[in-house]
Design a protein around this ligand. Sequence first.
Ligand code: ZN
Length: 257
Amino acid sequence: MHILIARLLLAAAVLSAVLAAAPRRVLYVTHSAGYRHDSIPTSRQVLEEMARRSEGALEVVSTEDVSLINAETLRGFDVLFFFTSGELALNDTQKADLLDFVRAGKGFGGVHSATDTLYGWPEYAELIGGVFDGHPWAREVSVRVEDPAHPAVAHLPSTFMVADEIYQFRNFYRDKVRVLLSLDTASVDLNAEGVRRTDGDFALAWCRQYGSGRVFYTALGHPEGVWLDPRFQTMLLNAFRWLAGDVPGDAAPRPKP
Ligand SMILES: [Zn+2]
């Protein structure tokens, strides 16, 4: 009897050790049905190198194959992360599986053109929190950190410069998401061609709760240089941790400061 209990306790201890050591797994989807970014190969190298350096804490599986977005495959992942574009060929079952994955407590995220994709699926725009509406600027700009307490951006100074293609959004609502980074509009020409927002609100990273799960998005990531920037890499690593539910971070929406 005592031996049996001892064996059961040992099995439980081994199991919990295995679970504690289990890597967080990210499925990184880079399929471009529309514009294809030259920085995609570098982005894959950066995330895979990040996983190698994590010594088993993080695993990244990069794919161009959107058929992997299904309930059975997603069961093996903690985070689904997009650097996609255009209309991905997802059927209704796959779309439901993706939303269920997040609602059930997992993480969904994306960079840059992850908002320039799946225009024909309104629930996707709601999930990610905005729809690409042109990029009025491609230059060095000043970025403000709106929530220095959030783990994804806690390592950044209160304002910083970055050279990127700067997106503008429609279907973006501050009562749905918590903005983490936004454009300092003093650093750009608000009369530039293509500027449509009249409220001066150009968010560049945000997060939200979705069911029991979490969503993180950053509009940055067009050029290779941003992917090679340690500040951006740290943001993504900590975003993955937050998306996986391993570190706390408030996602409650807030008005524009
Ligand atoms: Zn771009």
